[in-house]
Ligand binder design. Structure first.
Ligand code: ADP
Ligand code: MG
Length: 610
């Protein structure tokens, strides 16, 4: 944490009432070695840089207040109770390469501070209007200082009254760089990004109390405490925090601590895998992979667990000077550290009773003794291991007629206008493919999931009758979202409604789902709905049109019969008829083929009959 105490020295020392500066300008030769580039890309980066400064200043409480009008974020204010600045520093802070944190790049080796480039305040002030009010902590610190800077020019600097600590207010962001302004996404996307950055910082600093307000409403609040789990609770709610299991590992190279989820409710995206190294939230594909490997075969492919991991290691092993935003880092002896992480995940799962919840009828009980050896095997999935996973074995799922009928069009319409020839179903293969033939004896293989996805997609996008689009849930499902996701969800409730998803706000970051698209059949549990939303949020989209499309595809994919669902011949036949009625029967909405054909001639050629 911060070692400087500028105010004390300032008073004892030389200059009049400005105090001795602790900020200095980096030598140009040193400044050149530091990863340069834009740090102020969007409101979220402003908030992140300001909060990092507060953390570097040893703050125990940080309050972020964001205001927006209909279109954009108009004001970002960050207040902390950190060490503050004396007048001399307040003046220097806005100069490029002005920092109190390092003198030379080599200092980074021992530095745990989040900032070091001395560029954030300068670059923010260059493209906005910044008001800094700061007062240093300690005896003889005197009054506070207020500095206003606009477009890089100091407008005024004056004495003012304020408690110790610092407030930075940023307004008119990008007022003088219209090109930048144009690149901003929708208000809601920017807000979600900002909230996401704060979530990560709050999780990586449990000992600091965070508050985040948007237009006066509290959106996030964590309490000060030693416990990471408390911070997780503050950000993501009780429900998520309650299902986590602790993890820890000591190794000469690194200390790992955190919480991970059981493998029972895997997620479609890694949005809940948060990793910090020495208090710095980082993004690392390698660490993400190590975490997944730790789950071995417990985690279905293409899914992610929840994980909050805090790594502590000698700062000289972490090179943060890779990218200006410092989100990407280079780790020395990375391989070893990755295996520490993987092993830590494995061990904490081994300690846990991984008996699946009872209501999962088809699930197999995992005996405790069975886990270690099975998990120590590599992540390659052997066929017999599937039986141990808690997914019901593939053949146990039967397609209910209700599921299929829900979306069927009157089949009388299966007229001649379909580009797909009439097909006669011969059978189903592996619960995945439907084998059919045309009148001309061509052989057609149909991917039943892709086919059903296409059929549902047309249904979802064409139904106009609101009453048929949605089915009301007998028991509404309550969703608890993170502040960042809540912002997004709020934005799209209207669009979701058009597709049958009836969602309304229900207190802070909670939502009530009253109805779901009728094509989803009876999949009305919270985790299915969560998955679906995760899928919808997994890509950034810009326009409502794109979002509509995204929602429709996600609903179609979720609603479609899965690979491994056993269908009767008659059900297969009906699905094939529905597919022939689809507008683009040959591909699923995501562009994968729904069918491949082997013409009679091709078959003959294969057997050298030609
Ligand atoms: P860096 O964080 O890389 O040093 P910044 O431009 O973000 O560069 O900040 C410049 C300097 O201003 C910091 O080194 C620090 O001395 C001072 N400073 C900025 N924000 C605060 C704050 N919230 N509390 C105390 N000092 C601050
Ligand atoms: Mg900084």
């Amino acid at each position: 944490m911060p070692s400087r105490n500028g105010c004390g020295r300032g008073v004892r020392g030389m200059t009049a009432d400005e105090g001795t500066p602790t900020i200095h300008l980096l030598d140009p030769s040193e400044a050149m070695k530091i990863a340069a580039g834009e740090v102020v890309e969007r409101p979220a980066s402003v908030a992140k840089e300001l909060v990092e400064n507060s953390l570097d200043a040893g703050a125990r409480r940080i309050r972020v207040e964001v205001a927006s009008n209909q279109r954009q974020i108009t004001r970002i204010a960050v207040t902390d109770d950190g060490i503050g600045m004396n007048r001399a520093d307040a003046r220097l802070a806005f100069l490029p390469h002005a920092t109190s944190k390092i003198r030379a790049l080599s200092d980074l080796e021992n530095s745990l501070s989040l900032g070091f480039r001395g560029e954030a305040l300068a670059s923010i002030a260059a493209v906005s209007q910044v008001t800094l009010v700061t007062r240093c902590r300690g005896e003889g610190c005197g009054t506070a200082t207020r500095v206003r800077v606009r477009g890089g020019e100091i407008l005024d600097l004056a004495e003012t009254g304020a408690p110790p600590g610092t407030t930075v207010v940023v307004e008119d962001l990008f007022f003088n760089t219209p090109a930048r302004q144009k690149f901003l996404k929708s208000l809601q996307t920017e807000l979600a990004q900002l909230a996401g950055a704060l979530e990560a910082l709050a999780i990586s600093h449990p000992s600091v109390a965070f508050q985040f307000f948007h237009n006066g409403r509290e959106r996030l609040a964590t309490h000060r405490g030693p416990d990471l789990l408390e911070a997780i609770r503050g950000v993501y709610g009780n429900e998520l925090a309650g299902d986590l299991i602790p993890l820890s590992a000591e190794h000469p190279l690194a200390r790992v601590a955190g919480y991970i989820s059981t493998p029972f409710s895997p997620r479609k995206t890694p949005s809940r895998v948060l990793i910090s190294i020495n208090g710095r939230p980082v993004f690392s594909r390698q660490i993400l992979r190590a975490v997944r490997h730790g789950y071995g075969t417990l985690l279905p492919s293409h899914t992610y667990p929840i994980a909050f991991l805090d790594l502590r290691m000698d700062p000289s092993r972490v090179d943060v000077n890779v990218h200006p935003t410092k989100r990407h880092v280079r780790i020395g002896e990375e391989r070893e550290i990755l295996s520490v992480i993987e092993e830590a995940v494995r061990q904490s799962l081994v300690k846990e009773d991984l008996t699946p919840p009872a209501q999962e009828g088809a699930a197999t009980r995992i005996s405790r003794e069975a886990i270690p050896s099975f998990m120590q095997r590599s992540a390659i999935r052997l066929p017999e291991e599937r039986a141990i996973s808690r997914e019901p074995s593939p053949v146990s799922v039967r397609l209910t007629d209700r599921r299929l009928r829900q979306t069927e069009l009157p089949t009388g319409m299966a007229g001649e206008e379909s580009p797909v020839p009439e097909l006669e179903v011969i059978g189903q293969i592996g619960g995945i493919y439907i084998l059919a033939r045309t009148r001309g004896d061509d052989l057609i293989l149909i991917d039943q999931h892709a086919a059903h996805e296409r059929v549902l997609y047309d249904q979802v996008t064409e139904r106009r009758d609101a009453r048929r689009v949605s089915q009301e849930l007998l028991v509404p499902v309550i969703l608890r979202e993170s502040p960042g996701e809540a912002v997004l969800l709020r934005e799209i409730t209207g669009l979701l409604g058009e597709r049958g998803f009836l969602v309304e706000e229900f207190g802070k970051d909670s939502f009530l789902v009253r109805g779901i698209p009728s094509v989803l059949g009876r999949m009305d549990d919270a985790s299915t709905i969560h998955d679906l939303l995760g899928d919808i949020f997994s890509d950034e989209v810009d326009t409502p049109e794109e979002m509509r499309e995204r929602i429709s595809r996600s609903i179609a994919c979720k609603g479609a019969i899965k690979a491994g669902t056993v269908c009767t011949l008659e059900q297969c036949q009906r699905l094939v008829i529905q597919l022939r009625l689809a507008k683009s029967p040959y591909t699923c909405p995501r562009g994968r083929p729904t069918m491949v054909s082997f013409s009679r001639a091709a078959l003959d050629a294969l057997f050298k009959r030609a």
